[in-house]
Design a protein around this ligand. Structure first.
Ligand code: SF4
Length: 977
């Protein structure tokens, strides 16, 4: 894609302090930046302004090409790996993306999806201009509008909703944030409790498991230094923090670590494992409990760690009030509590042999404090009670004292850095939004996002302005037809704005489609827990940065982006400005420049302020390189804030903070001053407050006040007082919940369907616009064990009908020994579609979307594939070379909602019946009855224990539990009956 204005001729390269490649004793050459990689082919920093390579397309002629290398950050999964864009100095075009060796998380490496960013920016089907619906919703008719027209319309509606007191009719629903809290602060500044996320279809259960233990909702394993690595996921090809973790797992293995992989399906990770455990789906917690029991009965736990850091005193007080309040007494009770979780029990639940379980238990126990464990989506996201998979996994770390140790697992907040921005919101939402945070789910980890259409359709509220942002619920979420029913009802959704770089099944049902920048077209900062350390990454529009290096002034990313593609930060600042032009609503200040009061804050000033004032060590490091902090980040794209963070819970609280304190009977220490609450800017690791709003500062352990953990007790919560007090006393300890797809809960003829795995080269809904990836993977057959295939008389390639609770889908069979007998699996990263009715330049993404027809008769919906993917003429000659026809099958449409009553997670696994396809069935066919969807929703809702019946203190939710955009304490109060 050409940039609009050709760049100036190459200027003299800026002077950057030169660095030498370091040479180790062995004579190997290492890159001097944070990657310390042996790949000496990384261009040295001092040549990033004028890097010369031979042009591959001119071969056999030797034509030299000169590039300016500009860092940015990948936007294809959450890992936020560093990229280095090669910007042609003559044309200004980006030639390729490679890894950024200056990035401490990814260390110069990427997965296939990183370099494929090039396909995405050159995608001939991408959306380049703001579009407005020009017919019925979903009609496929669009007209081009100006940004001004769209902004004024949207800002006018939001401003009116705020002035009318209808803040809860404004909602922002995000799939991939790709930034740390920017938009959450925007919403808080508006006073709107309208942040909605995709968390409940992704990670809510894993988060709940960790949050209940330590008050921080993610793990950060130190795989590279571990003795034993235990994964309940498929990290080496597709897991969470995929590339950064995968490279560290291999490093750990190289150093002699044992790798244990729990996955019912033979993942690539499993092929590298010393032990691959393929349990019955949903039995993972039973195995963990057997390992824990072994560690307890064999007394190989870290006694001193457990004594100091578990909340065993509360456990005894609550469950054994007559027992002596001593640690020895606790040990007795602990042994008795877990004695029933034998290898025999776990083998019966999981189908894994007792001898194997014993062998793995011995390996886990031998790790000591060097046990790195991780689970994220996988089993936690598949099963009812999946949060106990994470809670029992972390139990192993907690027993061995392998928490925040070298080679252990850290709470993520300590391995993440969120800088303070130029403006903090001056207000907090005063109204609780029950469309996101319904009374039924007081303990849910984040918003009940996937129930939104049900809530709207049953009249719990309506939306006047609804943003979907890099989010495609019609395709990604369960019950997609319910989403279409809600999105096409203008009485329920007044204005739907899809902020997206590319077409999606959800954008088809929008009123505005506004083109947003891809990885190399936008600014963001971000930081993730990829290792024991903290780093800050900087995503930037690379053509803008390249121009600025040449001395040009760019004030708006649209000046250098293709078409009128914008970046979200500028969009949100401009929208905020227009909502409150005269400042009467008290909102405008959030978007105002400090340098030039009365004008809108430019992103340049926003990031300059952060890098100059909020990142420890960056100004000094930049100065040493002869650069301003912003220029340093523009040049290198990332900064390492700290390394080897260690056990922050052991840090002693200074005397100066222990003024006017109170202490509860278990040693939790509070200041008497009221907690400054409400907006949670660093969504993890915030200190817990008590019921009276006092701020917890530490916990007394062996006479000293230490920082502890951000839990109510300040300790690791083996016994969760929160669960006990909010109606779930029977599951307050790490334990076992029988999954909804456990064999005991299946009807005759049903099998569990695993639908939570992904293909390594695709990411949910955002990679169909990458032709290289589409060519590699464009199908999602049903994994079926040979014994099941024989029973069902199926062979690879046969059409199969898979019946769920609400309908069926038709897919091809793939017979493989890589799946447990009696279980089937299907990747959820396929089955993209577009409608026949879209015409002209807005036909959707044509490289990986089949063309389908939708049918509706009352509650009966059908989707039938009209055509697969085909070659087509476009600005990219490769689109005429498309040889694949398949685009996979959209199985998620046939899944009803399964909200876990505690974590709120959608429990993805399905109980299905698999048969040969019936006469008339076609590949990709979908049929669903949304009346059945409604019944499934009601069945699962009935499992809940709502706040208005179970709250111990008259609030809607425990104040200490994480919640993006926290409203005021007043909003936390339950409504009067
Ligand atoms: S793991 Fe791959 S997709 Fe994810 S950020 Fe890194 S390069 Fe991009």
């Amino acid at each position: 894609m050409s940039s609009k204005n050709p760049p100036k001729p190459p200027a003299k390269p800026a002077r950057v302090k030169a660095s030498k490649l370091e040479t180790e004793a062995r004579g190997e050459t290492f890159y001097p930046g944070p990657s310390r990689s042996q790949l000496g082919a990384y261009p040295p920093q001092e040549r990033w302004d004028d890097w010369v390579e031979l042009d591959s397309k001119s071969w056999p002629e030797r034509v030299e090409k000169r590039y300016r290398l500009v860092p940015t950050t990948c936007f294809n999964c959450e890992s936020a790996c560093g990229l280095l864009a090669y910007v042609d100095r003559e044309t200004g075009e980006i030639r390729k993306f490679e890894g950024n060796p200056e990035h401490p998380g990814s260390r110069g490496r990427n997965c296939a999806k990183g370099p494929a960013t090039l396909n995405q920016i050159q995608d001939p089907d991408r959306i380049l201009f703001p579009l407005k619906r020009d017919g019925e919703r979903g009609s496929g008719k669009w007209k081009r509008v100006s940004w001004d027209e769209a902004l004024d319309d949207i800002a006018g509606r939001i401003g009116k909703a705020i002035r009318d007191g209808r803040q809860n009719e404004v909602m922002y629903h995000v799939g991939r944030p790709g930034e740390d809290g920017f938009t959450e602060r925007v919403l808080a500044a508006w006073g709107v409790d309208g942040h909605n996320s995709h968390t409940n279809i992704c990670s809510a259960a894993a988060r709940a498991g960790y949050e209940l233990w330590c008050g921080i909702d993610r793990p950060s394993p130190d795989h590279a230094r571990a003795k034993v690595i235990y994964l309940v996921s498929s990290h080496l090809e597709a897991g969470h923090y995929f590339n950064p973790h995968a490279q560290r797992i291999l490093e750990g293995k190289k150093n002699g670590a044992k790798l244990i992989v729990v996955d019912t399906r033979l993942s690539n990770s499993a092929t590298h494992a010393d032990h691959w455990l393929a349990p019955q789906p949903g039995s993972e917690a039973a195995m963990h409990l057997a390992f824990a029991n072994y560690i307890i009965q064999e007394k190989c736990y870290d006694r001193e760690f457990v004594r100091r850091w578990w909340n065993w005193q509360e456990y005894l007080a609550e469950l054994h009030p007559d027992a002596p309040a001593t640690f020895e007494s606790f040990e007795e009770k602990l042994a008795a509590e877990y004695a029933g979780y034998t290898f025999e029990f776990a083998a019966a639940e999981s189908g894994v042999a007792e001898a194997t379980l014993r062998e793995v238990a011995e390996i886990v126990a031998s790790a000591g404090t060097r046990l790195s464990t991780h689970t994220w989506r996988s089993a936690t996201a598949g099963n009812e009670g999946g949060w106990q998979v994470a809670r029992t996994l972390f139990l192993l770390n907690a027993l061995l004292g392998a928490i925040a140790t070298e080679g252990g697992t850290y709470p993520n907040a300590w391995n993440k850095f969120v800088p303070r921005p130029i403006h903090l919101p001056k207000q907090h939402p005063d109204k609780w939004n029950e469309l996101n945070w319904p009374l039924e789910f007081p303990l849910s980890m984040y918003e009940m996002s996937f129930l939104l259409p049900h809530f709207l359709l049953e009249g719990r509220g309506k939306l006047d302005v609804y943003f979907t942002r890099v989010y495609n619920p019609v395709w990604t979420n369960p019950d997609g037809f319910r989403w279409i029913e809600a999105l096409t009802d203008e009485a329920k959704v007044g204005l739907h704005i899809a902020l997206t770089p590319t077409w999606s099944e959800t954008a088809l049902f929008a009123d505005y489609v506004l083109p947003m920048g891809l990885a190399s077209e936008r600014h963001d900062t971000h930081s993730y827990e990829t290792q024991d350390g903290q780093w800050l990454g900087f995503r930037q529009p690379v053509q803008r940065a390249a121009r600025e290096r040449d001395g040009e002034t760019v004030t708006d990313s649209r000046e250098t982006n293709p078409g009128e593609v914008w970046e979200e930060n500028e969009f949100w600042l401009e929208l905020t400005w227009r909502i409150d032009r005269d400042g009467a609503l008290g909102i405008r200040g959030f978007a105002e420049s400090k340098a030039v009061p009365g004008t809108r804050l430019p992103v340049e000033e926003y990031y300059r302020h952060i890098f100059e004032n909020s990142v420890p060590g960056l100004p000094a490091k930049a100065a040493a390189a002869g650069l301003e902090p912003l220029a340093y980040m523009r040049r290198f794209g990332a900064f390492e804030v700290s390394k080897d963070v260690g056990q922050l819970f052991e840090v002693e609280v200074p005397e100066s903070e222990l003024v006017d304190i109170a202490e509860d009977r278990f040693g939790r220490v509070f200041t008497r001053a009221a907690a400054t609450a409400a907006v949670n800017l660093a969504p993890t690791g915030a200190p817990a407050g008590d019921a009276f709003g006092r701020r917890a500062v530490g916990v007394r352990v062996d006479g000293k006040v230490l920082r502890g953990f951000p839990t109510p007790s300040g300790k690791l919560e083996f016994f969760s007082t929160t669960l006990a007090q909010w109606g779930w006393r029977e599951v307050a300890l790490p334990g076992y919940i029988v999954s909804h797809v456990h064999p005991r809960r299946l009807e005759p003829g049903q099998m569990p369907l695993i639908s939570t795995f992904r293909l390594p080269v695709h990411v949910h809904t955002r990679s169909a616009n990458a032709k290289w990836l589409d060519e590699i993977a464009h199908s999602n057959p049903l994994w079926l064990h040979p014994t099941d295939a024989a029973r069902l008389e199926l062979a690879t390639g046969d059409l199969v009908r898979v019946e769920t609770e609400i309908g069926h889908f038709v897919v091809k069979a793939w017979v493989t020994e890589g799946i447990r007998p009696g279980v089937v699996a299907c990747s959820h990263h396929m089955g993209r579609w577009k409608l026949e009715n879209a015409t002209g330049p807005h036909q959707g993404q044509r490289q990986m979307m089949a063309t389908v027809a939708l049918d509706r008769s009352g509650s009966a919906w059908g989707l039938r594939r009209e055509r697969g993917v085909e070659p087509y003429a476009s600005s990219d000659p490769d689109t005429l070379r498309i040889w694949w026809n398949d685009a996979g099958v959209h199985q998620n449409l046939t899944f009803p909602v399964h909200p876990d009553p505690i974590s709120g997670m959608h429990c993805w696994h399905q109980a299905v019946r698999v048969t040969k396809a019936l006469p008339g069935d076609g590949y990709g066919d979908i049929a669903v009855d949304t009346e059945k969807s409604q019944r499934a929703y009601e069945t699962w809702l009935a499992k809940c224990r709502p706040a208005d019946r179970h709250s111990p203190d008259g609030t809607r939710r425990p104040a200490w539990l994480i919640r993006p955009v926290k409203p005021t304490p007043k909003a936390y109060k339950l409504p009067e009956k």
